[in-house]
Design a protein around this ligand. Structure first.
Ligand code: NIG
Ligand code: FE
Length: 389
């Protein structure tokens, strides 16, 4: 079934050759979706016939958001921990173990229901590509279950057995790293594309990170890394050294880190919701963009450091508090996310792209940052199928 989206006031294509600026903006446009792909882009009123017609009535249309960093396989929540942080307690990665205990105790169907609820919540807000990590199981069986369940609903699955050292290995982190790099990896690799490590003081150090990344690469996975979230450290340099698709967080960066990212194929994925929810300083997006680093924006949706699923919220914070322009933030939440996942089929609306489309109840993408907190995403298609109307 083909769909013509007509009378688009402002179409963001992210294809500079199709329109103005880096967002490739076409005014008074139309779009035809067919067989899950964009089949035609051109001026309003000139499109070929389609099975159904949707009248965008002069509103803005964008590629669906690409959320390239989320932890959605978990049970329970940690609202009390958030409240304590707002009263001054610092964020600690130790809270992850609370969610690990709840997740291990949950049934497959409970985890599945929570996962679907979150993916639906994301879709209603315009997210059409979701990356999902394991990391709240931390046993061979629980991590294997996490990647298997994630693969049922997410576009991209990441094995994050190296999230924290679980309590039963508290005195033997080396033993846990060996488990992650052998039996656990073997059980998880068939369901995942990516290998991730939380490289941070209190989680995994440089040597441990190397061990896990090297085992992951041998098992056919591609690295992405949690790096430099809570302090300066080796994470970003390792991400670049191992050719990671992305270094995520990037809150504490030296000049060397920025230079390494700028000269690499590694995207810096910034997660504004985390600093919002932990009261940490925001990453310096301006410094990265000005240095020529490719920047993505993602939610990091998880029950601890950031429980938002909203890409529009992340765009608004990135513009207001991280000094990104609205144009840069929207690019980073769509095309940037696609780069962080090494995907060429999403995050853009040229012919042949996946038919992932959102309609804003606004005349321009500018309204995403201009009207924070307002639910402006009205209609969404994923692979040409309406997921929100
Ligand atoms: O990306 N930093 C490590 N992992 C998550 C937080 C997980 C949690 O607090 O439950 C993150 O922020
Ligand atoms: Fe994360």
């Amino acid at each position: 079934m083909s769909t013509l989206i007509d009378d688009i006031g402002e179409l963001v294509t992210n294809e500079p050759e199709l329109g103005d600026g880096p967002l490739g903006i076409v005014r008074d446009a139309a779009l035809v979706l067919d067989e899950g792909k964009v089949a035609w882009v051109g001026p309003a009123g000139r499109a070929p016939a389609a099975d159904e017609v949707y009248d965008a009535a002069g509103r803005a249309v964008l590629p669906g958001f690409v959320d390239s960093h989320a932890h959605l396989v978990f049970a329970g929540e940690r609202a009390e921990e958030f409240a304590a942080r707002m009263s001054g307690r610092p964020y600690s990665a130790g809270g992850i173990r609370t969610t690990v205990a709840r997740t291990r105790a949950a049934t497959d169907d409970e985890l599945r229901a929570n996962l679907r609820r979150l993916v639906d919540e994301m879709a209603r807000q315009g997210t059409t590509t979701v990356e999902c990590k394991s990391g709240y199981g931390l046993t061979v069986a629980d991590e294997a279950r996490a990647v298997r369940l994630a693969a049922e609903v997410a576009d991209e699955v990441t094995f994050l057995g190296a999230h924290v050292v679980p309590p039963e290995y508290a005195d033997d982190s080396g033993g846990y790293v060996r488990l992650v790099s052998s039996e656990m990896l073997a059980a998880c690799a068939p369901h995942a594309r990516w290998i991730d490590v939380f490289c941070e003081r209190g989680a995994f150090d440089e040597e441990q990170t190397r061990t896990v990344l090297e085992a992951g690469v041998k098992a056919g996975l591609t690295p992405r890394l949690h790096a430099n979230q809570l302090g300066y450290g080796p994470g970003v340099a390792l991400a670049v050294e191992y050719g990671a698709a992305s270094a995520d967080h990037c809150t504490f960066l030296t000049d060397e880190d920025v230079a390494a990212l700028a000269g690499s194929g590694t995207v810096a994925t910034l997660l504004p919701g985390v600093e919002f929810s932990t009261r940490q300083p925001y990453p310096d997006a301006r410094r990265l963009v000005d240095a020529g680093v490719t920047v993505a924006l993602a939610t990091d949706c998880n029950p601890g450091s950031c429980y938002t699923s909203s890409m529009p919220f992340c765009i608004a914070v990135a513009v207001r508090d991280m000094r990104m322009t609205p144009e840069e933030a929207v690019w980073s939440a769509t095309a940037g996310g696609a780069r962080a996942l090494r995907r060429t089929d999403v995050g853009r609306l040229g012919v042949g792209a996946r038919a992932d489309v959102l309609v804003l109840d606004a005349p321009s993408y500018l309204h995403l940052a201009y009207r924070p907190g307002v639910p402006q995403v009205t209609d969404v298609w994923k692979t040409g199928v309406r997921v929100r109307s």
